[in-house]
Design a protein around this ligand. Structure first.
Ligand code: F6R
Length: 256
């Protein structure tokens, strides 16, 4: 796991965007795994700017989103499909038909989840998965105790996640859907590379456990210690509880 610490979320996001731009230049038909939430907004804004100025193109790119709330359709302002369209897809040159977000209205959820896994495989697998980090250590909506080998499925959201996401639902945790369809941890681990972003003091505990704690289903993101190519972009606040912070900075300064 490579830990890349920058002063502000803005600088971290720009560095993560550069990583994605590098992939798209090398592989214009790349498959991207996308995340929602507050964390990747600046990253998406940077990628939109790069697309607008012609530095990168998404014309050949396919995307698969991590998750969607069960019961929310694309027209719901709180659905992740709507979030992705408004904050990213509608503002880049991607073909909408090449973007996939789990179907929150799927009638047969297990069948939908198997099909989603198959679509990812048929697309050649995910080249780069963008991740945020839950304050409880979740990735996607894989809450603590999720199997580290899990595949796309329905999950019950943890009470902490309902509280964390209440801000998107007018501050009302009761309004947050209780279930989500999420890629599994095994699905995420299959991605050829992973870029995780985490910002702010509220993520500092989860970041420290993810990077320096034992690998445990109780902190799902810790499984990334087993990923061959995982980069963690954090600001100083999110990095503040890392015991080896000086070492990560030293390693970065020594990069050839
Ligand atoms: C979103 C997702 C979640 C978020 C996490 C952090 O698609 O899968 O794991 O990345 O809950 O959310 P924010 O960025 O809002 O703090």
């Amino acid at each position: 796991m490579e830990v890349i610490i920058d002063k502000t979320p803005e600088i971290s996001s720009a560095n993560a965007a550069a990583e994605i731009a590098k992939l798209l230049k090398a592989k214009p038909r790349a498959v991207l795994g996308c995340a929602t939430g507050g964390t990747p907004l600046k990253l998406y804004a940077d990628l939109i700017s790069m697309c607008e100025n012609g530095e990168i193109s998404f014309a050949g790119v396919r995307t698969f989103n991590l998750d969607e709330y069960v019961g929310l359709g694309p027209d719901d302002p709180n659905s992740y499909r709507r979030f992705m369209d408004e904050n990213f897809f509608d503002r880049i040159d991607i073909k909408k038909s090449n973007t996939r977000v789990p179907d929150g209205l799927a009638k047969d959820i297990p069948a939908f989840c198997s099909e989603y896994e198959k679509e990812i495989k048929d697309a050649g697998g995910i080249d780069l998965q963008i991740l945020g980090l839950g304050s409880d250590g979740h990735i996607g909506f894989n809450e603590p105790s999720s199997s580290l080998c899990s595949r796309t499925r329905i999950k019950t959201l943890a009470p902490q996640t309902l509280l964390d996401n209440a801000r998107f639902f007018g501050g009302n945790a009761d309004a947050v859907p209780k279930y989500a369809i999420t890629m599994g941890i095994g699905t995420i681990m299959d991605a050829r590379s992973v870029v995780l972003l985490a910002f702010g003091e509220g993520k500092a505990d989860a970041v420290a456990k993810m990077v320096e704690g034992g690998i445990s289903a109780m902190l799902p993101a810790s499984v990334l210690q087993m990923h061959e190519n995982a980069k963690v972009f954090v600001d100083e606040a999110a990095a503040s509880k890392l015991a080896n912070i000086d070492y990560y900075k030293y390693v970065r300064s020594m990069r050839p």
